[in-house]
Design a protein around this ligand. Sequence first.
Ligand code: CTP
Ligand code: MG
Length: 258
Amino acid sequence: MNAAAFPARTAAIVPAAGRGERLGPGAPKALRSIGEIPILVHAVRSLTGCGRVGLVVVAAPPDGVEGVAALLAPFGTKVHVVAGGETRQQSVSRALDAIPEDVDIVLVHDAARALTPPGLVAAVADAVAAGHDAVIPVLPVADTIKSVDADDTVTATVDRSTLRAVQTPQGFRRSLLVKAHTAAGAPTNESAAATDDAGLVEQLGAPVRVIAGHPEAFKVTTPFDLILAEAVWARRQGTGGPQNGGIEAPRGRGTTDD
Ligand code: CTP
Ligand code: MG
C-alpha cells in the first residue's frame, strides 16, 4: 500500500524523556549520537520516512523541551514536542493528550530504537489500517531462558517456543490506546508502570496482533548497544564492511529451533 492510498490519519508518539541510566554518564540517551546524528533524529527520520506518518509528537526530557524543539525544527510542523513524564508510560500519556482529534491510528516508538527501518514502521501502520487494533513487532528469543529464585538458584527452564522479544513501533487504533492509558492511569514509578503500550491494551482484555520485527529495530540500552548501532549505521553508509544495505530480517515463522 503506498502513502497516497493510505486512508487513515496516522500520527506517531516518540517517548524520548528517559535519562539513559544504563548507558552511563552523559547527555540524556535520546540526545546521544550514532554517526554524529542524535538518536532522536534517527528515530524521527524512521517515522517520517515511512510514508504513513503525518505528525510526530515527541516527549522530551521536561528540562530540555526547548533544546529538543530546536533540534527537530528542520522537520517543521510535522514534529511537535511536549514535556515527558517521570515514567515512559507517563511520557506516552502526555504525548497522547497532544494528538489532534482527527488522528485515527497512533504508533508509539521508542527514541532509543534509533535505527528501525522505515519499512517496519510502514508494516505496523498497514496492519492496523487492515483492521488489527493493536499490533506489535516481535522477534524469536535466541537464548535459553530460565527462571531463578531470590537465592540465585534456577527454578525452571522456560519453553521459549512461545516467547517473543517485543519491539516498537507498536501501532494502535487511537480510541483503543486512549482507553488503555485512561484505564491504567499514569504511575510515577517505573517499577509500577508498563514497559510497553501493548501491555496496557492486554490489561483491557483486547487482542494484540504480532508481526515480524527486525534486528535493526533493537533498543539502544547499554554501551554495547551503542557500539552495535555505530557498526550498523556505518554499514548502511557504506563505510563499515559488506555493503548490502542492511541486515536481513529473519524469515519464516520466527521460531528458534537451535
Ligand atoms: N522514556 C520516556 N520517559 C521516561 C522514561 C523513558 O520517554 N520517563 C523513553 C526513553 O527516552 C526511551 C524509551 O522510553 O526512548 C524506552 O526506555 P528506556 O530504554 O528504558 O530508556 P531510558 O529510560 O532513557 O533508559 P534507562 O532505563 O537506562 O534510564
Ligand atoms: Mg528506562
